[in-house]
Design a protein around this ligand. Structure first.
Ligand SMILES: C[S@@+](CC[C@H](N)C(=O)[O-])C[C@H]1O[C@@H](n2cnc3c(N)ncnc32)[C@H](O)[C@@H]1O
Length: 302
């Protein structure tokens, strides 16, 4: 949804922007290009972050031509405020999050994100962290595994899946896990029966929901008045966090409904720009079927 991101962020010369999930560098590049097309300010304008060091290398080389107007940092976005301070990006005009995993990660068999991958069950965005999907699959007890698959995968067959995994340990590869789940629960839906379990493992390995909850208030506080926040999510758990956060931040009072007089003193910090989430165009879904579940929400700092 690069076109929508640029339309909402409205990059301008002299503005400063953060791409918190650089991935393949598409959004960072589009922001830099939009500013160049306007007028070349010649100073640092886009700070790009990714937790994946391979992505950081690729994005650095993709953005090399923008010289010192771009800086790419290897970091988890849960540390956004600290990274922004070091890079002197303390008041910015726009921040974009495009959550989840990239096509580069999906297609790298060694990373274990794809159900067809013959590589090890890894699923880490940041390969310097210790926890992998293999450690969860092979070390959690059956109940912990079932709860994880239920909570992060919204998978109703989580108990049956956890039992099959525990009986067949060790499970070494992504493909072996996908086949094991298919044989334990059967194939009755359009999606592969392991899809929700893979989502759950990825979320748990990368602490995706915690990082998102931690970063949203930091992002709002980094925006200058009129600055814009754009978040693209890919599943309902993420989208719910973004939606509830923005709804709360857009209200002056967040006291419980039974309170007769406001006691919280909360003041709205944002104005929501997308009353309903934006979804990708039919053309984009046709070109990239993974985009079909994308939901974009945006807000402006008051
Ligand atoms: C969907 S891709 C982004 C694609 C990108 N917008 C583009 O145009 O190519 C998501 C990226 O976010 C990164 N990521 C996910 N969670 C992260 C986090 N907590 N901190 C930093 N990067 C994260 C992943 O490593 C991945 O490269």
């Amino acid at each position: 949804m690069t076109r929508e991101v640029v339309e909402l962020i409205e990059p301008r010369a002299g503005g400063r922007y953060i791409d918190a999930t650089a991935g393949g560098g598409g959004h960072s590049e589009a922001l830099l290009e939009a500013i160049v097309a306007d007028a070349d300010g010649g100073f640092l304008s886009v700070l790009s972050l990714d937790a994946d060091s391979k992505a950081v290398e690729r994005v650095r080389s993709r953005l090399e031509r923008f010289g010192n107007r771009s800086v790419v940092v290897h970091s988890n976005f849960r540390d956004l405020q600290a990274v922004a301070a070091v890079q002197q990006f303390s008041q910015v005009d726009g921040i974009v999050f495009d959550l989840g995993f990239s096509s580069d990660q999906l297609h790298d068999a060694a990373r274990g994100f794809s159900m067809a991958a013959s590589g090890s069950l890894d699923m880490r965005f940041d390969t310097s962290q210790e926890l992998t999907a293999a450690s969860l699959i092979n070390e959690l007890d059956e109940e912990e595994l079932a709860n994880l698959i239920y909570e992060y995968g919204e998978e109703h067959k989580s108990r049956r899946i956890a039992r099959a995994i525990v009986r067949n340990r060790p499970v070494e590869t992504a493909q072996a896990l996908a086949d094991l789940i298919a044989s334990s629960v059967g194939r009755r839906e359009k999606i592969h029966p392991a899809t929700r379990t893979f989502q759950a493992l990825r979320i748990a390995v990368n602490r995706e929901l915690d990082s998102l909850r931690e970063v949203l208030p930091q992002a709002v506080s980094l925006l200058r008045p009129g600055g814009r926040l754009v978040v693209i999510s890919f599943h309902s758990l993420e989208d719910r966090i973004v939606k509830q956060f923005l709804q709360t931040e857009a209200r002056d009072c967040i006291c419980p409904p039974e309170a007769l007089v406001c006691q919280c003193g909360h003041k709205a910090t944002v104005r929501i720009l997308t009353r309903r989430p934006w979804q990708p165009s039919a053309d984009e879904v046709a070109a990239n079927s993974r985009s079909r579940s994308a939901k974009l929400r945006a807000a402006e700092r008051l």
